[in-house]
Design a protein around this ligand. Structure first.
Ligand SMILES: C[S@@+](CC[C@H](N)C(=O)[O-])C[C@H]1O[C@@H](n2cnc3c(N)ncnc32)[C@H](O)[C@@H]1O
Length: 217
């Protein structure tokens, strides 16, 4: 079995077995604290890579943002839909099964297979526990792929994580400030917004505002 298939299978079995300690029962406080200051215009569609069944997507939708989440696990998507309200439509686009409820679309498939042509209306992004879910070797690819999907001027919020020194298992992986800068600076302007108080286990989140660079930006 290839390493990639193993990683995919591990995520799918985490969802099947309910090993989803990363899931929060409420919108992330840093999203609530910082989203408004980014100035993302009302109605701008927000890309949420590796979205799980995050309630952050509902929070964004409630603030007038159509949301496009991308997630490997059908279990995650079905749970999100079951916990929501409203009619559901399902269709197929490229290699993705898409499920739409209200202004939220969940695309089931591999983020790295999501193509620029499918990203036409996206104008912002939100990454909580996406970058840090990926092993080091894949993070460069993630940063590059994300940049390809966003138009110049697109705004985004990134929440990264540093684990206690010596605690380097993952996921989630430690992605320190230097690595965030090294990964994203080629294509984004970055502003470090805050570091959270370290949790009891020594984990500490860092929050970044980002703007996709490009002509005229
Ligand atoms: C750590 S969880 C974070 C989920 C969500 N962002 C949250 O805050 O709850 C990472 C998620 O990414 C999904 N995932 C991992 N690799 C992926 C990929 N290549 N494409 C799409 N989803 C992926 C996993 O199934 C898992 O639900």
């Amino acid at each position: 079995m290839s390493e990639k298939t193993e990683v995919v299978n591990e995520w799918l079995s985490r969802w099947r077995e309910g090993r989803i300690g990363f899931h929060r029962d409420a919108p992330h406080p840093a999203l609530q604290r910082h989203w408004a200051r980014l100035g993302v215009p009302y109605g701008t569609k927000v890309l949420v890579p590796l979205c799980g069944k995050s309630l952050d997507m509902r929070w964004l939708a409630e603030r007038g943002h159509p949301v496009l989440g991308i997630e490997l696990s059908l279990e995650a998507i079905d749970q999100f839909i079951a916990e929501g309200q409203g009619e559901v439509s399902r269709f197929h686009l490229g290699s993705f099964d898409v499920c739409r409820q209200g202004s939220i679309e969940l695309w089931r498939g591999d983020f790295f297979h999501f193509h620029i042509d499918q990203a036409a209306e996206i104008g912002a992004f939100y990454d909580r526990a996406a970058l840090i879910a990926l092993p080091e070797a894949t993070r460069q690819r993630y940063a590059f792929h994300l940049a390809q999907l966003l138009p110049p001027g697109a705004l985004g919020l990134l929440i990264s994580l540093v684990r206690a020194p010596g605690d380097d298992r993952g996921p989630p992986y430690t992605v320190c400030a230097d690595e965030v800068r090294q990964l994203f600076t080629p294509n984004f302007e970055l502003t470090h917004l805050e570091d959270s108080q370290p949790e009891d286990n020594g984990w500490q989140e860092s929050v970044w505002a980002m703007v996709r660079r490009g002509p005229g930006v």
